[in-house]
Design a protein around this ligand. Structure first.
Ligand code: ADP
Ligand code: MG
Length: 460
């Protein structure tokens, strides 16, 4: 096993544990420089990354390396080293990291100027319709995307796709862009994350480059915006987006938008913008069924030219059911092990690898405070309000949801739940738990909120 392979497998582990932006921000352009005296030296691109890895991810990194290495490792140290062109290429060839670079810019990454992105359209060649597997769970979204790609600006405008993390929204959005370009390379497509749009807007305001912003966003044939839920509470950006939307829509140019929830559920969004988001077609993506998960694994194996028995594929598909990103992560990890060992792994060994993944998901310890934070963020409410006294419905419902999730997800005792929520009585917690449980059975909206919040809890 050489150091490149070792690092690649360790990255495979880390990718599963971290959110996508975190992973891409902190681990791109890293490598193992050397291994001596049971000590691994990890090369990082700058001091900022070095400090961050030391402070935040050191334990996780050591664990990841130990997990995949057959050699003894006592310590990991970080060293700033700028990669030369050849090494940079090798590092970026790592399949799962590459995909993340297009859409997210971390704090230490030089931010492109307005509208600039590594590729002019912001599209990543990895995400096309050809390699998107369609199952019942995403049939409507896929069909709508195909229809829009066939006749941009003419059928559904805007097209709004929503669903939880890792379910293929970004993939589909990008596929629309590719498909349109394939048929007509002269079309001007712009794919941006909502974060990029917001940053561009702020930058334009600061530097008085409003015209440049308009020239970039209001002149394209197709504007694709990912994760629009982040417009919540950003009034200036909402206004800019509202006008951008109008300009494009009035001239029959296509908008494709993705979000982790339906338009109505995006908190703090202006009603005139909300109504526009609902103008065209809204399609959701739910969780993939077992059959689709199997089909996805089979295709990914074929793409990578590896063979896994159907027994193994079934096993992975059964164990990893939350989303497709995790499914891919699990597969990559197994393939990395296979590569390192050069011989086919026994079924027992694969089982062992997978069970360590599934327990590492389960173990990712979630605290009552995290649940409070995530639910407050989800409903766009301040923490002191959510744990405070006020009984307004807008606060009471999220508060009850917190109590329910504390019980359901992390098995807190009712007295502890009461304490965490500003010293409430345990009977209040019991009442809240029962109420939300009932509501979840009767109201699709409550059930959907709970699903989306759970996805956030398990994907932080
Ligand atoms: P989201 O934007 O919903 O969080 P992504 O589009 O980033 O999810 O998908 C996560 C990963 O799963 C990507 O690598 C993507 O290529 C893959 N993926 C998602 N859905 C499918 C699918 N139906 N077929 C093949 N790959 C998929
Ligand atoms: Mg996405």
């Amino acid at each position: 096993m050489n150091t490149a392979q070792l690092w690649q497998s360790a990255l495979g582990e880390l990718e599963i544990l971290l959110s996508r932006p975190n992973f891409s921000t902190w681990f791109k352009e890293t490598s193992i420089l050397s291994y001596e005296n049971e000590r691994v030296i990890v090369g990082v691109p700058n001091l900022f990354t070095k400090t961050w890895l030391e402070k935040k991810y050191h334990t996780m990194i050591i664990k990841a390396i130990r997990n995949v290495a057959s050699i003894s490792i006592k310590d990991v140290v970080y060293k700033v080293e700028v990669l030369d062109a050849a090494r940079k290429k090798a590092v970026q060839a790592f399949p799962s990291t590459q995909a993340t670079f297009v859409a997210s810019y971390g704090a230490d990454t030089p931010r492109p100027g307005i509208g600039e992105s590594p590729h002019p359209s912001g599209l990543n060649p990895k995400y096309t319709f050809e390699n998107f597997i369609v199952g019942k769970y995403c049939e409507l979204a896929n069909a709508a995307c195909l229809a829009v790609a066939a006749q941009p600006g003419e059928v559904y405008n805007p097209l709004f796709i929503y669903g939880g993390v890792g379910l293929g929204k970004t993939h589909l959005l990008q596929a629309v862009g590719h498909e349109i370009l394939k048929k007509d390379p002269s079309k001007r497509i712009l794919f941006v994350t909502c974060e990029k749009f917001t940053n561009d807007f702020i930058q334009a305001v600061r530097s008085g480059r409003g015209k440049e912003l308009k020239d970039t966003y209001r002149t394209v044939d197709v504007l694709i915006i990912d994760d629009i839920q982040f417009l919540s509470s950003k009034e200036g950006s909402q206004e800019e987006f509202f006008h951008t939307f109008n300009t494009l829509h009035q001239t029959n140019r296509q908008l494709v938008i993705a979000s982790d929830r339906p338009p109505k559920a995006i908190p703090a969004i202006e009603s005139r913008l909300l109504s526009r988001l609902e103008w065209g077609m809204i399609a959701d993506i739910t969780s993939p069924d077992l059959e689709t998960r199997i089909a996805i694994l089979e295709t990914k194996c074929k793409d990578k030219n590896v063979e896994l028995s159907s027994e193994v594929i079934n096993f992975i598909a059964t164990m990893v059911h939350s989303n497709i990103r995790e499914l891919e992560g699990a597969l990559n990890r197994i393939l990395a092990f296979m590569q390192l060992n050069a011989t086919p792994l026994s079924f027992e060994k694969i089982k062992q690898i997978l069970s360590s993944i599934t327990t590492s998901y389960a173990k990712k310890s979630i605290t009552p405070k995290q649940i409070i934070l995530i639910v407050s963020e989800f409903y766009n409410i301040e923490v002191p309000d959510i744990i405070g006294e006020c009984r307004k419905k807008e606060l009471a419902m999220p508060r009850q949801i917190i109590m329910y999730l504390m019980r359901e997800e992390i098995k807190c005792s009712f007295p502890l739940i009461g304490t965490e929520l500003g010293g409430r009585d345990h009977t209040t917690a019991i009442h809240a738990y029962n109420k939300v449980k009932r509501d979840a059975e009767q109201s699709p909206k409550v059930k959907q909120d709970l699903d989306l919040i759970r996805q956030r809890i398990y994907n932080i």
